[in-house]
Design a protein around this ligand. Structure first.
Ligand code: TRP
Length: 471
């Protein structure tokens, strides 16, 4: 496989020359690449799989009609998620630049600001994502060393902000920085190769165990019985769209950046399909863990609570109540969450680091430490104040990501001349006509649905901001 990669280089260089006359004077510097195709896929799945799959998916499903929501979510993954992922791939691999450079190279000076929006989103998201990942780390260690506490509510209050939260946030950032410093192949690819299969195994194992619980049947029927009434509610559509979008890490250049290290021989639609399917698989199987556990302990009410806090209160409480086996299961669950969080965090930091390397030729190690330290410092704010965390979460999810995705869909759908050519590379003849359909999804359907997400998120964003600023 790695041998094949290098034969792709020759054709890379010629098309780079086509696409970017403004860079013709700058000699092409050696850019890192994935060693294997599977490495790229696992890293992209690593970015996608995170708290979104293992918790957000479950509570949205619980709130929005069970299996009916799951079907709508699958549809939105196909109609919005895969098309936007392909748009990011097209730009990243087409220009061989990370976000800022990619948009400048493909769209000229006027589009470069969108790249800065992506990098800003990456900085803001990682600053609070790392705080949540710090809680996850704390729970995993608590499970290992002392067992889960009986009063998880009081425990969570204690550790979720202030000095303890800052400490674990800084530790998590240090892990993330260390991996990104290692580079695309020796850092990100290698870490994903080890961690992602471990995550798949843990989640699958837990789902098998959950089937043995008394009461699991009720959990399954709640999860898998569709209530179609919910589908007529427009809020459900917006929720399914935003979940598909969030879960696939779209709208801020993470997939764009990862694809900029990919060989031109690979078929982008095939990779997008594989990544989306794996991401859905982890979410679906996580539901097969969460629902039986919740129902076995009679905690039905808890799964519909949309706060991140519920993940850190109800589930660990259940693990505590289940004795020794609960402790083991809980440790595995939080270790899987930790893996999900690390592999997502490295993609967030890579968006920033890759831009520093491409735009200012800053050496990778310096860029990773510098950007990482900056984000770690910024993250002390959400670590100290949980309302700041809520506000950062709302602003990035409901504004930055949908706006970024919307602008990207319009750019790649309507303006970028190279999109059909780039997306057709390595794609079989029979499949090519379908790619025209992709372009029309990007042009019309994706923008309409993302505008719906923007509108439906406005209330939540306003609430989060007024809580923060004491309105
Ligand atoms: N997809 C991640 C999850 O499911 C969260 C996420 C959203 C993300 N946008 C991102 C991760 C961008 C990395 C980069 O938890």
């Amino acid at each position: 496989m790695s041998g094949d990669l290098h034969s792709g280089d020759g054709d890379d260089r010629t098309s780079v020359a086509h696409a970017g006359p403004e860079h013709a004077d700058a000699p092409e510097f050696a850019r890192e690449m994935w060693k294997t195709r599977l490495g790229f896929v696992l890293a992209a799945v690593g970015s996608a799989v995170g708290l979104g799959n293992m918790w957000r998916f479950s509570y949205l499903t619980a709130e929005n009609g069970g299996a009916a929501f799951v079907m709508l979510y699958v549809l939105m993954t196909a109609v919005v998620g895969i098309p936007v992922m392909l748009a990011e791939f097209t730009l990243g691999r087409g220009t061989r630049r990370s976000s800022i450079g990619a948009l400048r190279k493909a769209g000229g000076r006027r589009w470069a600001p969108l790249g800065y929006v992506f990098v800003t989103a990456g900085i803001l998201i990682l600053s609070f994502y790392s705080v949540i990942a710090g809680w996850v780390t704390r729970y995993a260690l608590a499970g290992i060393f002392t067992g889960f506490p009986a009063d998880t509510g009081a425990y969570f209050d204690q550790i979720s902000s202030g000095t303890p939260a800052m400490g674990f946030h800084l530790f998590f950032m240090a892990v993330t920085i260390a991996i990104v410093m290692g580079g695309v192949e020796k850092g990100i690819e290698r870490a994903s190769f080890i961690m992602m299969p471990a995550l798949f195994l843990i989640i699958a194992g837990l789902a098998v165990w959950a089937a043995t619980l008394a009461g699991s049947g009720e959990g399954y029927s709640f999860y898998l019985a569709p209530s179609f009434d919910e589908l007529t509610n427009p809020r459900t559509l917006a929720a399914a769209t935003s979940q598909a979008f969030f879960s696939l890490s779209l709208g801020m250049g993470a997939m764009l950046t990862f694809s900029s290290y990919l060989s031109r021989q690979e078929s982008l639609p095939r990779e997008a399909g594989l990544i989306s399917f794996s991401d859905f698989g982890v979410a679906f199987v996580s539901g097969l863990v969460v629902f039986p556990v919740i129902f076995a302990l009679g905690l039905q009410g808890a799964v519909g609570e949309s706060t991140v806090g519920a993940l850190f209160i109800s589930l660990p409480g259940a693990f505590n109540a289940m004795g020794a086996i609960g402790r083991l299961v809980g440790i595995l669950f939080f270790v899987a969450l930790f893996i999900g969080a690390v592999t997502s965090a490295i993609s967030l930091l890579e968006v920033v680091v890759s831009a520093l390397i491409d735009e200012w030729r800053i050496p990778r190690k310096t860029a990773a430490v510098g950007a990482g330290a900056f984000i770690a410092t910024l993250g002390l704010w959400p670590a100290a104040d949980i309302n700041a965390l809520g506000a950062l979460d709302a602003v990035t999810n409901y504004i930055f990501l949908p706006v970024g995705g919307l602008a990207l869909a319009i750019f790649v759908g309507w303006l970028y001349k190279n999109s059909l050519d780039e997306v057709s590379r390595g794609v079989g003849e029979g499949f090519r006509p379908w790619l025209k359909g992709w372009l029309w999804l990007l042009r019309i359907v994706v923008p309409v649905l993302l505008v719906a997400v923007l509108f439906s998120g406005m209330g939540a964003t306003r609430d989060a901001l007024s809580t923060l600023f004491g309105g």
